[in-house]
Design a protein around this ligand. Structure first.
Ligand code: AMP
Ligand code: ZN
Length: 495
C-alpha cells in the first residue's frame, strides 16, 4: 500500500516500522460545537486509511486526541455558564455519536488534552533545559524557532526575510521573535488554568499533540494525519517541538486531507452553506449516503459537496444494497454456460479494487471497480449465466468492499430517528423537515411496525382480502415505504 507523504512530497510505501502495528496519530476535534461535514470528510478518509491498512494486513495502533481546552471552549463555556468540562463533554459525546452514525471506527486510544497537562509541561521543560523554550515576562512560554534549523520542512514555507532571533515587539506579545509560538499561556485570575512547574497557566494548542502522540506511540512513529489546514503552523510546530526535545525523527509519513467545497464555494456560516451532520439528517438525507459522498473523491482532491451529489450518492448506496440482497438471496444454479467469464470479471474487479486503494487510497477508482462488477453480474444473472460459486465470490468481494466503505448495513432510519430525538431534546425540532418528522418522528413507523403491517398484508392476501391488502400497501406508500413482492416473500424499503 502506497501513500503520498507531505513531508517528502513523494508517494511512499506505508508500513509498520516496528514490524508489529502501524502507529499513527490523527489530530482530533476541538469539542466546542457540533462537527461539520468538512471535519467529517477528514475523519472519514482517516477511517479509510485505517480500514485499508488493516485490509492490507497491518495491525493498528491509532491515536486521536480530543482538544477539550482552547479559547473557543473557554469562551463558549463561560457564555453558557458552565465549566469547560461540562461544556466540552456534551460536544465530545455528540462528536462520537456522529462518528458512529457515519460508520467511523474508534481509534485504539482517544486521550483528552486536559488529562495530559503534566506530559505537556514535562515536554516544555525538556525544551527549556536547552533554552529552546523560554519564558516571557507575562509568564507565557514560547518556542524559539531560530533554534530549529529544519523549521518549515513540512509546509515548505519560505521563511526568508523574516529575521531570526531579532527582537520584535508585536502588540501584546512579549517574545523574542515574531514567529515564535506559544507553548504555554499565562492565564489571568479566574481563567481555567493548571499549576505546573512552568507556572500557572494552560497549554498552547500545538504542544498537546506532540505530548500525546509521543506518550502513546513513542518518539518516532509511522504516520500523522489531519486536515490540510493543520499542515502549517500546527503540524510544523508539532515537528519542531518534538524533534528538538527528543533529537529523533517524529512522524515518518504525513497525511493531509484536502478541504471540501459546498455547492462550489468554501463552506462558511455567512455563505449559508455550512452543514453539520445533524443538519443533513434533519433534512432527510441518509447517513450512509453522506459517508459515501464524502469518500467519493480521493482525499488529495477537492470534493465539491452538492445536494445533487447527495441524491446520486443515496441512489448509489441503494443500488449496492439491492445488488447485495439479490446476490445473497437469489437461488443460483451450480452450473451455467458462461459462469467462467463472470468469475474472471469478479476476479479482475477485486484486483482493481485493491490496486486502487493501494495506490494512494484512490477511493473513486475503488468504488468504480465495484460498480463495474455490479453491472456485469446483474447482466449475467439476468441471462442465467451466474452460478452459486459466482455468487459466493461476489459476496466475498462485497464484504471486502464494505470493510472499507461500510454502507451495506442499513441503519439509516434509526439514525434519522436518533437525530430527531436529539432535535426534540434540544428544542430544535423546527429545524427538521416536516416530511422527515412525519415519516420518522413520533407519528412515523418503526421497523417493527412495518414488519407487522407487511405480515398483516400477507395474511390478508392469503385470505383473499385484497381490499385490505391494497389499503395497507397504499398507506405504507404514503409514508414512503415501498413494498416489493418477490418469490422469496415481501421486502420493504424506505424511499
Ligand atoms: P477542528 O475541530 O476544527 O480542530 O477540526 C478537526 C479536523 O477537521 C481537523 O483535522 C481539520 O483539519 C479538519 N477540517 C476542518 N475544516 C475542514 C474542512 N472544511 N474540510 C476538511 N477538513 C476540515
Ligand atoms: Zn494536532
Amino acid at each position: 500500500m502506497e501513500l503520498f507523504n507531505t513531508l517528502t512530497g513523494k508517494i511512499e510505501p506505508l508500513y509498520a516500522s516496528d514490524g508489529k502495528a502501524l502507529r499513527f496519530y490523527c489530530c482530533g476535534p476541538t469539542v466546542y460545537d457540533y462537527g461539520h461535514i468538512g471535519n467529517f470528510r477528514t475523519f472519514l478518509h482517516v477511517d479509510v486509511l485505517r480500514r485499508s491498512a488493516r485490509l492490507f494486513g497491518m495491525k493498528l495502533h491509532h491515536v486521536m486526541n480530543i482538544t477539550d481546552v482552547d479559547d473557543k471552549i473557554i469562551r463558549n463555556a463561560s457564555a453558557a455558564g458552565q465549566s469547560i468540562g461540562d461544556y466540552s463533554a456534551k460536544f465530545e459525546k455528540a462528536f462520537f455519536e456522529d462518528m458512529d452514525a457515519l460508520g467511523v471506527e474508534r481509534p485504539e486510544d482517544v486521550p483528552r488534552a486536559t488529562e495530559n497537562i503534566n506530559e505537556m509541561a514535562a515536554l516544555i521543560e525538556r525544551l527549556a533545559a536547552e533554552d529552546i523554550a523560554y519564558k516571557a515576562e507575562d509568564g507565557s512560554w514560547y518556542f524559539r524557532i531560530a533554534r530549529d534549523s529544519e523549521y518549515g520542512k513540512l509546509s515548505k514555507k519560505d521563511f526568508e526575510g523574516i529575521e531570526d532571533g531579532a527582537r520584535v515587539s508585536v502588540d501584546e506579545y512579549d517574545k523574542d521573535a515574531a514567529r515564535d509560538f506559544a507553548l504555554w499561556k499565562a492565564t489571568k485570575p479566574g481563567e481555567t488554568s493548571w499549576q505546573t512547574a512552568l507556572g500557572q497557566g494552560r497549554p498552547g494548542w500545538h504542544i498537546e499533540c506532540s505530548a500525546m502522540a509521543m506518550k502513546y506511540l513513542g518518539n518516532s512513529f509511522d504516520l500523522h494525519a489531519g486536515g490540510e489546514d493543520l499542515m502549517f503552523p500546527h503540524h510544523e510546530n508539532e515537528i519542531a517541538q518534538s524533534e528538538c526535545a527528543t533529537h529523533q525523527p517524529f512522524a515518518r509519513h504525513w497525511f493531509h486531507v484536502r478541504f471540501l467545497l459546498v455547492e462550489g464555494k468554501k463552506m462558511s456560516k455567512s455563505e449559508g452553506n455550512f452543514y453539520t451532520l445533524r443538519d443533513l439528517l434533519l433534512k432527510g438525507y441518509r447517513a450512509s449516503a453522506i459517508r459515501f459522498l464524502l469518500l467519493s473523491v480521493p482525499y488529495r482532491h477537492q470534493l465539491n459537496f452538492t445536494f445533487d451529489g447527495l441524491t446520486e450518492s443515496t441512489n448509489a448506496v441503494d443500488r449496492l444494497r439491492t445488488f447485495h440482497t439479490r446476490v445473497r438471496d437469489g437461488k443460483w444454479p451450480e452450473r451455467a454456460s458462461n459462469g467462467a467469464a463472470i468469475a474472471e470479471v469478479i476476479r479482475t474487479g477485486e484486483e482493481k479494487f485493491l490496486a486502487a486503494l493501494g495506490n494512494d487510497l484512490n477511493t473513486a477508482e475503488a468504488r468504480a471497480a465495484i460498480f463495474d462488477v455490479l453491472r456485469a453480474v446483474n447482466t449475467a444473472a439476468d441471462h442465467g449465466n451466474f452460478t452459486s460459486s459466482n455468487a459466493e465470490a461476489t459476496l466475498a468481494l462485497l464484504a471486502k468492499f464494505d470493510s472499507i466503505f461500510a454502507v451495506l448495513e442499513d441503519r439509516d432510519a434509526d439514525l434519522t430517528r436518533a437525530a430527531l430525538a436529539w432535535a426534540k431534546a434540544e428544542g430544535r425540532l423546527d429545524e427538521a423537515d416536516p416530511q422527515v418528522i412525519e415519516k420518522f418522528g413520533e407519528a412515523g413507523l418503526s421497523d417493527a411496525d412495518i414488519d407487522a403491517l407487511v405480515a398483516e398484508r400477507t395474511q390478508a392476501k392469503r385470505q383473499r382480502n385484497f381490499a385490505r391488502a391494497d389499503a395497507i400497501r397504499n398507506d405504507l406508500l404514503a409514508k414512503g415505504i415501498l413494498l416489493e413482492d418477490s418469490k422469496d416473500g415481501v421486502r420493504w424499503k424506505r424511499a
